[in-house]
Design a protein around this ligand. Structure first.
Ligand SMILES: O=C(O)C1CCN(c2ccc(-c3cc(CO)ccc3Cl)cn2)CC1
Length: 320
């Protein structure tokens, strides 16, 4: 028994924020953002929260397939920006679509979240489950320090996901999920300071996203490249498309070069969405499936690779 992606869907806020919209409120420019990241615009919520975006994805996945909500056995949401610590976004989705037979939990692996979640979901199918939803969803705009131009311009809001159903054909050919907590301080977000009347109010830690950009950039172009190389070995040329976490187009340039793979095999849409962390890979997948570039007919070999906070990184070779 294996998991197979039988549908993809995405749900993004309607508000588009262009680079020049940011240049109006902080000391940055379209030129800087475009040249250093490849980002031209991104979506930002007005009133929606992560649960709203993920519920939108779930509803679309059900309507695109002939699967009913009570047939869903599990819902996993990969997010680093949940509405609440509890209830999980996954539980909020479960309630909203009345998937009353589904277990539901959030998975916290930042930009590796979708790959981690897809791997875990596949294990549920290999043991007991038949059908489930794997969704990556973020409202990063609520985590950003809007006084810090080095991070505020990089991120966007959005959600996307897949319907996974049991199949006799293996989808995941190879996978490797990794973490390095000793480097976790390079990318932090969402710290909640203790405010108990009995606590010692030690130095307050910022609740906003903070990133050592150079460290993370180097991590992406070293550790992640090594992980992809080690996993694929001689399969590199068999891969039709690489769907990497959409953090920065210059990173895709460097990774393609180091892997000696044509750059055009590295699909991208961060130009229109920015870095949407756990949503970035499913958002890209849904777009290229909708465009007919990727087909869910078992004829194409893809690589999914997420990398980011934790630090975490994950590589998966799939045949969709
Ligand atoms: O060119 C410059 O000065 C700067 C240099 C730093 N840059 C970076 C650095 C790191 C990331 C990034 C972030 C995450 C978090 O999801 C994950 C993975 C990555 Cl590789 C994105 N951009 C932007 C342009």
């Amino acid at each position: 028994k294996y998991g197979k992606i039988t549908a993809t869907a995405s749900f993004v806020p309607s508000q588009i924020i262009k680079n020049n919209d940011l240049a109006k409120i902080m000391d940055t420019s379209d030129e800087w953002i475009k040249s250093r990241t490849g980002i031209l615009e991104r979506r930002m919520v007005t009133t929606e929260d992560t649960s709203d975006l993920c519920i939108g994805v779930a509803k679309k996945l059900l309507s695109k397939s002939n699967v009913t909500a009570n047939e869903i056995d599990f819902i996993i949401v990969a997010t680093m920006t949940p509405d609440f610590a509890t209830p999980s976004v996954a539980c909020m989705v479960q309630g909203a679509i009345c998937a009353n037979n589904a277990l539901a939990f959030d998975l916290s692996a930042a930009c590796s979240g979708f790959v981690y979640a897809l791997s875990v979901a596949e294990k549920l199918i290999q043991t007991t489950a038949q059908k489930g939803l794997v969704i990556g969803g973020e409202v990063l705009s609520k985590s950003l320090d809007w006084q810090d131009r080095t991070t505020a311009v990089l991120f966007g809001d959005g959600a996307a996901g897949v319907l996974l159903e049991v199949s006799d054909v293996p989808m995941i050919k190879k996978e490797k999920l990794q973490a390095d907590g000793t480097r976790g301080a390079s990318l932090t977000s969402g710290y909640v300071n203790n405010s108990s009347p009995f606590a010692d109010p030690k130095g307050q830690i910022s609740p906003y996203l903070q990133m050592e950009g150079r460290e993370i950039f180097d991590f992406a172009t070293r550790d992640v490249v090594r992980a992809i190389d080690n996993l694929l070995e001689e399969d590199k040329d068999k891969i039709d498309f690489y769907l990497l976490h959409q953090a920065n187009s210059r990173i895709l340039d460097k990774v393609a070069k180091k892997l000696k793979v044509p750059r055009e095999r590295f699909l991208q849409n961060m130009d229109r969405y920015g870095n949407t962390s756990g949503a970035s890979i499913p958002l890209l997948l849904d777009e290229v499936v909708a465009a007919g570039i990727v087909r869910l007919d078992g004829t194409q070999n893809l690589v999914f690779s997420g990398f980011g906070g934790g630090l975490t990184w994950g590589v998966m070779q799939v045949t969709l």
